[in-house]
Design a protein. Structure first.
Length: 401
Protein backbone atom coordinates (compact mmCIF):
# COMPACT_ATOMS: atom_id res chain seq x y z
CA UNK A 1 0.00 0.00 0.00
CA UNK A 2 1.29 3.43 -0.95
CA UNK A 3 2.21 5.96 1.77
CA UNK A 4 -0.15 8.97 1.84
CA UNK A 5 1.06 11.62 -0.60
CA UNK A 6 0.48 15.32 -0.96
CA UNK A 7 -1.47 15.65 -4.19
CA UNK A 8 -2.43 18.80 -6.06
CA UNK A 9 -5.35 18.43 -8.49
CA UNK A 10 -5.39 21.29 -10.99
CA UNK A 11 -8.89 21.80 -12.41
CA UNK A 12 -11.64 20.56 -10.09
CA UNK A 13 -14.55 20.12 -12.52
CA UNK A 14 -16.38 16.98 -13.68
CA UNK A 15 -13.12 15.01 -13.89
CA UNK A 16 -10.80 16.63 -11.35
CA UNK A 17 -13.20 16.89 -8.42
CA UNK A 18 -14.21 13.20 -8.30
CA UNK A 19 -10.51 12.25 -8.47
CA UNK A 20 -9.71 14.74 -5.70
CA UNK A 21 -12.50 13.32 -3.51
CA UNK A 22 -11.39 9.71 -3.96
CA UNK A 23 -7.74 10.56 -3.42
CA UNK A 24 -8.72 12.37 -0.20
CA UNK A 25 -10.84 9.41 0.85
CA UNK A 26 -7.85 7.12 0.24
CA UNK A 27 -5.94 9.13 2.84
CA UNK A 28 -3.87 11.44 0.67
CA UNK A 29 -3.59 15.11 1.53
CA UNK A 30 -5.26 16.77 -1.46
CA UNK A 31 -5.31 20.38 -2.61
CA UNK A 32 -7.80 21.17 -5.36
CA UNK A 33 -6.69 24.11 -7.48
CA UNK A 34 -9.18 25.98 -9.62
CA UNK A 35 -9.24 29.40 -11.25
CA UNK A 36 -12.97 29.58 -10.55
CA UNK A 37 -13.41 31.19 -7.10
CA UNK A 38 -16.91 29.79 -6.71
CA UNK A 39 -15.60 26.24 -7.12
CA UNK A 40 -12.80 26.85 -4.62
CA UNK A 41 -15.31 28.23 -2.11
CA UNK A 42 -17.78 25.38 -2.68
CA UNK A 43 -15.09 22.73 -2.08
CA UNK A 44 -13.89 24.44 1.08
CA UNK A 45 -17.49 24.59 2.31
CA UNK A 46 -18.03 20.91 1.47
CA UNK A 47 -20.57 21.66 -1.25
CA UNK A 48 -20.49 19.65 -4.46
CA UNK A 49 -20.87 21.79 -7.58
CA UNK A 50 -21.60 18.84 -9.89
CA UNK A 51 -24.84 16.92 -9.69
CA UNK A 52 -23.73 13.48 -8.45
CA UNK A 53 -25.47 12.30 -5.28
CA UNK A 54 -22.96 9.52 -4.55
CA UNK A 55 -20.12 12.04 -4.65
CA UNK A 56 -21.87 14.41 -2.23
CA UNK A 57 -21.95 11.53 0.26
CA UNK A 58 -18.16 11.18 -0.11
CA UNK A 59 -17.70 14.93 0.22
CA UNK A 60 -19.62 14.70 3.53
CA UNK A 61 -17.29 12.05 5.01
CA UNK A 62 -15.25 13.62 7.85
CA UNK A 63 -11.97 12.12 6.57
CA UNK A 64 -12.55 13.63 3.13
CA UNK A 65 -13.37 17.04 4.62
CA UNK A 66 -10.16 16.82 6.65
CA UNK A 67 -7.95 15.74 3.72
CA UNK A 68 -9.31 18.02 0.96
CA UNK A 69 -8.91 21.76 0.67
CA UNK A 70 -9.07 24.05 -2.33
CA UNK A 71 -7.26 27.18 -3.42
CA UNK A 72 -6.71 29.32 -6.50
CA UNK A 73 -3.01 28.62 -7.09
CA UNK A 74 -0.82 25.50 -6.99
CA UNK A 75 1.63 24.67 -4.21
CA UNK A 76 4.46 22.18 -3.73
CA UNK A 77 3.37 18.52 -3.63
CA UNK A 78 4.46 14.95 -4.41
CA UNK A 79 1.99 14.44 -7.24
CA UNK A 80 0.19 16.85 -9.58
CA UNK A 81 -2.95 15.86 -11.44
CA UNK A 82 -4.05 18.04 -14.36
CA UNK A 83 -7.73 17.88 -15.30
CA UNK A 84 -8.40 21.20 -17.03
CA UNK A 85 -10.53 21.56 -20.18
CA UNK A 86 -9.05 20.82 -23.61
CA UNK A 87 -11.86 22.07 -25.86
CA UNK A 88 -12.06 22.11 -29.61
CA UNK A 89 -11.11 25.29 -31.42
CA UNK A 90 -14.43 25.43 -33.27
CA UNK A 91 -13.06 27.42 -36.19
CA UNK A 92 -9.93 25.39 -36.90
CA UNK A 93 -11.31 22.06 -35.59
CA UNK A 94 -8.12 21.35 -33.64
CA UNK A 95 -7.49 21.00 -29.90
CA UNK A 96 -7.29 24.23 -27.95
CA UNK A 97 -4.62 23.33 -25.42
CA UNK A 98 -4.25 26.83 -23.99
CA UNK A 99 -5.73 25.79 -20.61
CA UNK A 100 -3.53 22.69 -20.40
CA UNK A 101 -0.47 24.82 -21.20
CA UNK A 102 -1.45 27.46 -18.62
CA UNK A 103 -1.98 24.78 -15.96
CA UNK A 104 1.39 23.11 -16.66
CA UNK A 105 3.23 26.44 -16.79
CA UNK A 106 1.61 27.36 -13.48
CA UNK A 107 3.00 24.35 -11.69
CA UNK A 108 6.62 24.62 -12.97
CA UNK A 109 7.78 26.85 -10.05
CA UNK A 110 6.56 24.21 -7.56
CA UNK A 111 8.20 21.15 -9.12
CA UNK A 112 10.81 19.23 -7.14
CA UNK A 113 12.94 16.19 -7.94
CA UNK A 114 10.92 12.99 -7.72
CA UNK A 115 7.53 14.61 -8.48
CA UNK A 116 4.95 12.88 -10.64
CA UNK A 117 2.72 14.84 -13.03
CA UNK A 118 -0.40 13.05 -14.27
CA UNK A 119 -2.31 14.48 -17.21
CA UNK A 120 -5.96 13.39 -17.16
CA UNK A 121 -7.20 15.89 -19.76
CA UNK A 122 -7.93 14.47 -23.21
CA UNK A 123 -5.25 15.56 -25.69
CA UNK A 124 -4.06 14.83 -29.23
CA UNK A 125 -1.32 12.18 -29.56
CA UNK A 126 2.21 13.38 -28.82
CA UNK A 127 1.05 16.18 -26.48
CA UNK A 128 2.95 14.70 -23.49
CA UNK A 129 6.18 14.38 -25.46
CA UNK A 130 6.13 17.46 -27.60
CA UNK A 131 4.20 20.03 -25.57
CA UNK A 132 4.24 19.09 -21.87
CA UNK A 133 7.77 17.71 -21.51
CA UNK A 134 9.56 20.89 -22.72
CA UNK A 135 7.42 23.06 -20.40
CA UNK A 136 8.00 20.79 -17.40
CA UNK A 137 11.76 20.73 -18.07
CA UNK A 138 11.90 24.53 -17.64
CA UNK A 139 12.06 23.54 -13.95
CA UNK A 140 15.60 22.26 -14.56
CA UNK A 141 14.40 18.69 -13.96
CA UNK A 142 14.45 15.98 -16.64
CA UNK A 143 11.33 13.99 -17.47
CA UNK A 144 12.00 10.26 -17.07
CA UNK A 145 15.06 10.89 -14.87
CA UNK A 146 14.10 12.99 -11.85
CA UNK A 147 10.62 14.17 -12.88
CA UNK A 148 7.91 11.76 -13.90
CA UNK A 149 5.02 12.20 -16.32
CA UNK A 150 2.04 9.98 -17.11
CA UNK A 151 -1.10 10.32 -19.18
CA UNK A 152 -4.07 8.58 -17.59
CA UNK A 153 -7.14 9.56 -19.60
CA UNK A 154 -10.51 9.61 -17.86
CA UNK A 155 -13.40 7.45 -19.08
CA UNK A 156 -16.12 8.31 -16.58
CA UNK A 157 -19.77 8.53 -17.53
CA UNK A 158 -21.36 11.73 -16.24
CA UNK A 159 -24.31 10.65 -14.10
CA UNK A 160 -22.51 7.57 -12.81
CA UNK A 161 -19.14 9.04 -11.95
CA UNK A 162 -18.63 7.43 -8.57
CA UNK A 163 -19.11 3.86 -9.80
CA UNK A 164 -17.10 4.35 -12.95
CA UNK A 165 -14.13 6.20 -11.48
CA UNK A 166 -13.61 3.30 -9.07
CA UNK A 167 -14.51 0.30 -11.24
CA UNK A 168 -13.44 1.18 -14.79
CA UNK A 169 -10.19 -0.26 -16.05
CA UNK A 170 -7.68 2.53 -16.38
CA UNK A 171 -4.92 3.19 -18.89
CA UNK A 172 -1.64 4.31 -17.35
CA UNK A 173 0.50 5.73 -20.14
CA UNK A 174 4.08 6.89 -19.77
CA UNK A 175 7.25 6.87 -21.80
CA UNK A 176 9.36 5.44 -18.96
CA UNK A 177 8.75 2.58 -16.57
CA UNK A 178 9.26 4.59 -13.36
CA UNK A 179 6.53 7.11 -14.32
CA UNK A 180 4.19 4.19 -15.01
CA UNK A 181 5.05 2.60 -11.68
CA UNK A 182 4.45 5.83 -9.70
CA UNK A 183 1.17 6.61 -11.51
CA UNK A 184 -0.11 3.05 -11.09
CA UNK A 185 0.64 3.25 -7.35
CA UNK A 186 -1.39 6.47 -6.98
CA UNK A 187 -4.37 5.11 -8.95
CA UNK A 188 -4.29 1.81 -7.08
CA UNK A 189 -5.20 3.77 -3.95
CA UNK A 190 -8.78 4.23 -5.25
CA UNK A 191 -9.27 2.27 -8.53
CA UNK A 192 -10.63 -1.28 -8.30
CA UNK A 193 -10.56 -1.79 -12.09
CA UNK A 194 -7.42 -3.09 -13.78
CA UNK A 195 -4.53 -0.67 -14.33
CA UNK A 196 -3.30 -1.16 -17.88
CA UNK A 197 0.22 0.11 -18.43
CA UNK A 198 1.38 1.36 -21.81
CA UNK A 199 3.36 4.22 -23.36
CA UNK A 200 2.12 7.82 -23.38
CA UNK A 201 1.28 8.07 -27.10
CA UNK A 202 -0.75 4.85 -27.02
CA UNK A 203 -2.65 6.16 -23.99
CA UNK A 204 -3.37 9.44 -25.78
CA UNK A 205 -4.64 7.67 -28.89
CA UNK A 206 -6.67 5.05 -26.96
CA UNK A 207 -8.82 7.71 -25.30
CA UNK A 208 -9.54 9.27 -28.70
CA UNK A 209 -10.17 5.87 -30.31
CA UNK A 210 -12.78 5.01 -27.68
CA UNK A 211 -14.86 8.09 -28.38
CA UNK A 212 -14.28 7.91 -32.13
CA UNK A 213 -15.56 4.32 -32.11
CA UNK A 214 -18.79 5.59 -30.61
CA UNK A 215 -19.04 8.60 -32.93
CA UNK A 216 -18.55 6.53 -36.09
CA UNK A 217 -21.03 3.87 -34.98
CA UNK A 218 -23.64 6.45 -34.02
CA UNK A 219 -23.12 8.08 -37.44
CA UNK A 220 -23.69 4.69 -39.07
CA UNK A 221 -26.95 4.24 -37.15
CA UNK A 222 -28.03 7.77 -38.09
CA UNK A 223 -27.22 7.16 -41.74
CA UNK A 224 -29.11 3.85 -41.76
CA UNK A 225 -32.08 5.57 -40.07
CA UNK A 226 -32.10 8.16 -42.87
CA UNK A 227 -32.08 5.36 -45.48
CA UNK A 228 -34.94 3.64 -43.64
CA UNK A 229 -36.90 6.92 -43.69
CA UNK A 230 -36.36 7.20 -47.45
CA UNK A 231 -37.74 3.67 -47.79
CA UNK A 232 -40.65 4.42 -45.48
CA UNK A 233 -39.73 1.72 -42.96
CA UNK A 234 -39.16 1.80 -39.18
CA UNK A 235 -35.42 2.26 -38.60
CA UNK A 236 -35.46 1.07 -34.98
CA UNK A 237 -37.29 -2.12 -35.91
CA UNK A 238 -34.81 -2.76 -38.73
CA UNK A 239 -31.86 -2.18 -36.39
CA UNK A 240 -33.35 -4.47 -33.71
CA UNK A 241 -33.80 -7.23 -36.30
CA UNK A 242 -30.27 -6.75 -37.69
CA UNK A 243 -28.86 -6.97 -34.17
CA UNK A 244 -30.20 -10.53 -33.96
CA UNK A 245 -27.22 -11.44 -36.18
CA UNK A 246 -24.67 -12.89 -33.75
CA UNK A 247 -21.89 -10.52 -34.81
CA UNK A 248 -23.84 -7.30 -35.42
CA UNK A 249 -24.41 -4.64 -32.77
CA UNK A 250 -25.72 -1.47 -34.39
CA UNK A 251 -26.17 1.53 -32.12
CA UNK A 252 -29.29 3.64 -31.73
CA UNK A 253 -29.93 6.53 -34.10
CA UNK A 254 -30.68 9.87 -32.46
CA UNK A 255 -30.74 13.64 -32.80
CA UNK A 256 -26.96 14.01 -32.96
CA UNK A 257 -24.02 13.63 -30.64
CA UNK A 258 -23.25 15.87 -27.68
CA UNK A 259 -21.23 16.07 -24.51
CA UNK A 260 -17.70 16.98 -23.76
CA UNK A 261 -15.99 14.07 -25.51
CA UNK A 262 -17.60 12.25 -28.44
CA UNK A 263 -18.17 15.21 -30.81
CA UNK A 264 -14.73 16.62 -30.01
CA UNK A 265 -12.20 13.83 -29.64
CA UNK A 266 -12.39 12.51 -33.24
CA UNK A 267 -11.08 15.89 -34.42
CA UNK A 268 -7.95 15.36 -32.29
CA UNK A 269 -7.17 12.26 -34.37
CA UNK A 270 -7.80 14.05 -37.66
CA UNK A 271 -5.53 16.84 -36.43
CA UNK A 272 -2.51 14.52 -36.28
CA UNK A 273 -3.24 12.38 -39.36
CA UNK A 274 -5.84 13.90 -41.69
CA UNK A 275 -4.98 11.63 -44.63
CA UNK A 276 -6.02 8.56 -42.64
CA UNK A 277 -9.07 10.09 -40.97
CA UNK A 278 -11.56 10.13 -43.84
CA UNK A 279 -14.17 7.88 -42.23
CA UNK A 280 -13.76 9.71 -38.93
CA UNK A 281 -14.34 13.03 -40.68
CA UNK A 282 -17.39 11.73 -42.58
CA UNK A 283 -18.92 10.46 -39.32
CA UNK A 284 -18.44 13.86 -37.72
CA UNK A 285 -20.23 15.47 -40.66
CA UNK A 286 -23.14 12.99 -40.46
CA UNK A 287 -23.60 13.51 -36.72
CA UNK A 288 -23.22 17.28 -36.86
CA UNK A 289 -25.91 17.39 -39.53
CA UNK A 290 -28.47 15.59 -37.36
CA UNK A 291 -29.90 18.66 -35.55
CA UNK A 292 -30.60 20.18 -38.99
CA UNK A 293 -32.47 17.02 -40.04
CA UNK A 294 -34.45 17.00 -36.79
CA UNK A 295 -35.35 20.69 -37.18
CA UNK A 296 -36.50 19.93 -40.73
CA UNK A 297 -38.79 17.16 -39.42
CA UNK A 298 -40.31 19.56 -36.89
CA UNK A 299 -40.83 22.27 -39.54
CA UNK A 300 -42.50 19.72 -41.79
CA UNK A 301 -44.81 18.59 -38.97
CA UNK A 302 -46.22 22.10 -38.42
CA UNK A 303 -46.33 23.11 -42.07
CA UNK A 304 -49.65 24.79 -42.80
CA UNK A 305 -50.45 25.38 -39.11
CA UNK A 306 -50.96 29.14 -38.58
CA UNK A 307 -48.61 30.51 -35.85
CA UNK A 308 -47.50 27.06 -34.75
CA UNK A 309 -46.50 26.56 -31.12
CA UNK A 310 -43.81 23.98 -30.48
CA UNK A 311 -42.96 22.46 -27.12
CA UNK A 312 -39.49 20.89 -27.04
CA UNK A 313 -38.52 18.64 -24.15
CA UNK A 314 -34.90 17.95 -23.32
CA UNK A 315 -31.85 20.21 -23.31
CA UNK A 316 -29.22 17.86 -21.91
CA UNK A 317 -26.91 16.13 -24.35
CA UNK A 318 -28.25 12.72 -23.43
CA UNK A 319 -30.96 11.14 -21.25
CA UNK A 320 -30.91 11.27 -17.47
CA UNK A 321 -28.25 13.95 -17.07
CA UNK A 322 -28.41 17.71 -16.63
CA UNK A 323 -25.20 18.20 -18.62
CA UNK A 324 -25.90 20.47 -21.60
CA UNK A 325 -22.42 20.69 -23.08
CA UNK A 326 -22.44 20.48 -26.91
CA UNK A 327 -26.08 19.40 -26.67
CA UNK A 328 -27.69 18.67 -30.06
CA UNK A 329 -31.10 19.32 -28.42
CA UNK A 330 -30.11 22.91 -27.72
CA UNK A 331 -28.92 23.22 -31.32
CA UNK A 332 -32.28 21.96 -32.66
CA UNK A 333 -34.14 24.60 -30.63
CA UNK A 334 -31.71 27.33 -31.74
CA UNK A 335 -32.28 26.39 -35.38
CA UNK A 336 -36.08 26.51 -35.00
CA UNK A 337 -36.03 29.80 -33.08
CA UNK A 338 -33.68 31.32 -35.69
CA UNK A 339 -36.40 30.52 -38.22
CA UNK A 340 -38.91 32.46 -36.12
CA UNK A 341 -40.75 29.47 -34.61
CA UNK A 342 -42.33 29.85 -31.17
CA UNK A 343 -40.57 27.12 -29.18
CA UNK A 344 -41.10 26.56 -25.45
CA UNK A 345 -38.05 24.60 -24.32
CA UNK A 346 -38.09 22.59 -21.09
CA UNK A 347 -35.85 20.07 -19.38
CA UNK A 348 -36.89 18.90 -15.92
CA UNK A 349 -33.31 17.93 -15.07
CA UNK A 350 -31.70 21.24 -16.05
CA UNK A 351 -31.74 24.00 -13.45
CA UNK A 352 -34.16 26.76 -14.43
CA UNK A 353 -35.66 24.82 -17.36
CA UNK A 354 -38.23 22.60 -15.62
CA UNK A 355 -41.84 22.90 -16.77
CA UNK A 356 -43.80 24.55 -13.98
CA UNK A 357 -46.38 21.81 -13.50
CA UNK A 358 -46.93 18.59 -15.45
CA UNK A 359 -45.84 17.69 -18.96
CA UNK A 360 -49.52 17.67 -20.01
CA UNK A 361 -49.98 21.24 -18.77
CA UNK A 362 -46.76 22.36 -20.51
CA UNK A 363 -48.25 21.15 -23.80
CA UNK A 364 -51.47 23.20 -23.54
CA UNK A 365 -52.28 24.82 -26.88
CA UNK A 366 -49.21 23.40 -28.63
CA UNK A 367 -49.12 22.05 -32.18
CA UNK A 368 -46.10 19.81 -31.82
CA UNK A 369 -44.50 18.16 -28.79
CA UNK A 370 -40.92 17.26 -29.64
CA UNK A 371 -39.15 14.86 -27.31
CA UNK A 372 -35.50 15.66 -27.92
CA UNK A 373 -34.07 13.83 -24.90
CA UNK A 374 -35.76 10.73 -23.53
CA UNK A 375 -35.14 11.23 -19.78
CA UNK A 376 -36.74 8.31 -17.91
CA UNK A 377 -38.96 10.67 -15.87
CA UNK A 378 -40.18 12.47 -19.02
CA UNK A 379 -40.98 9.20 -20.79
CA UNK A 380 -42.92 7.97 -17.73
CA UNK A 381 -44.92 11.23 -17.72
CA UNK A 382 -45.48 10.99 -21.47
CA UNK A 383 -46.88 7.47 -21.08
CA UNK A 384 -49.03 8.26 -18.06
CA UNK A 385 -50.39 11.58 -19.35
CA UNK A 386 -50.70 10.80 -23.05
CA UNK A 387 -54.51 11.11 -23.28
CA UNK A 388 -54.43 14.43 -21.38
CA UNK A 389 -51.51 15.66 -23.52
CA UNK A 390 -53.43 14.89 -26.71
CA UNK A 391 -56.51 16.69 -25.33
CA UNK A 392 -54.50 19.74 -24.23
CA UNK A 393 -52.65 20.23 -27.51
CA UNK A 394 -54.16 22.31 -30.29
CA UNK A 395 -52.73 19.83 -32.81
CA UNK A 396 -51.97 16.49 -31.17
CA UNK A 397 -48.57 15.63 -32.64
CA UNK A 398 -45.73 14.05 -30.69
CA UNK A 399 -42.36 13.61 -32.38
CA UNK A 400 -39.70 11.23 -31.06
CA UNK A 401 -36.39 10.41 -32.71
N1 LIG B 1 -16.60 15.50 -18.38
C1 LIG B 1 -16.33 14.28 -18.78
O1 LIG B 1 -17.18 13.41 -18.73
C2 LIG B 1 -14.95 13.90 -19.27
C3 LIG B 1 -14.67 12.55 -19.48
C4 LIG B 1 -13.41 12.19 -19.90
C5 LIG B 1 -12.44 13.16 -20.13
N2 LIG B 1 -12.71 14.48 -19.95
C6 LIG B 1 -11.63 15.43 -20.17
O2 LIG B 1 -11.18 15.90 -18.90
C7 LIG B 1 -10.74 17.25 -19.00
C8 LIG B 1 -11.48 18.11 -17.99
O3 LIG B 1 -12.85 18.09 -18.32
P1 LIG B 1 -13.99 18.46 -17.28
O4 LIG B 1 -15.24 17.90 -17.83
O5 LIG B 1 -13.58 18.09 -15.90
O6 LIG B 1 -14.00 20.06 -17.40
P2 LIG B 1 -14.69 21.08 -16.42
O7 LIG B 1 -14.90 22.32 -17.18
O8 LIG B 1 -15.82 20.45 -15.69
O9 LIG B 1 -13.57 21.36 -15.31
C9 LIG B 1 -12.34 21.91 -15.57
C10 LIG B 1 -11.97 22.87 -14.45
O10 LIG B 1 -10.65 23.35 -14.72
C11 LIG B 1 -10.61 24.71 -14.24
N3 LIG B 1 -9.44 25.34 -14.84
C12 LIG B 1 -9.25 25.76 -16.11
N4 LIG B 1 -8.00 26.24 -16.26
C13 LIG B 1 -7.38 26.12 -15.06
C14 LIG B 1 -6.08 26.43 -14.58
N5 LIG B 1 -5.14 26.94 -15.36
N6 LIG B 1 -5.80 26.17 -13.29
C15 LIG B 1 -6.75 25.64 -12.47
N7 LIG B 1 -7.99 25.33 -12.88
C16 LIG B 1 -8.30 25.55 -14.15
C17 LIG B 1 -11.95 25.26 -14.63
O11 LIG B 1 -12.28 26.40 -13.88
C18 LIG B 1 -12.88 24.07 -14.35
O12 LIG B 1 -13.43 24.12 -13.07
C19 LIG B 1 -10.96 17.65 -20.45
O13 LIG B 1 -9.77 17.43 -21.17
C20 LIG B 1 -12.03 16.69 -20.91
O14 LIG B 1 -11.98 16.48 -22.30
C21 LIG B 1 -13.95 14.86 -19.51
Amino acid sequence: MMQPQKIVVIGTGYVGLPAALLLARAGHSVVGVDINDNIVRAINEGVLHINEAALQAIMDEPAVRANLTAQATPCAADVFFIAVPSPLDQRKKVADLSMVVAAVEGLVPYLRAGNLVVLESTVPPLTCRELLTPILERSGLKVGENLFLAHCPERILPGDVFYEIVHNDRIIGARDAHSRKLAAAVYSSFVKGELLETDDVTAELCKLMENTYRDVNIALANELAAVAATLGIDARAAIALSNRHPRVNLMEPGIGVGGHCIPIDPWFIKEVDPANSRLIFAARMVNDEMPHRVAARVRQSVRGVPGPRIVAIGAAYKPNTEDMRESPAVHVVELLRADGYDVAHFDPLVKGMAYPDTLAKACAGADCLVILVEHAGVMAELDAQRPEIDRNMRTAQVLRF
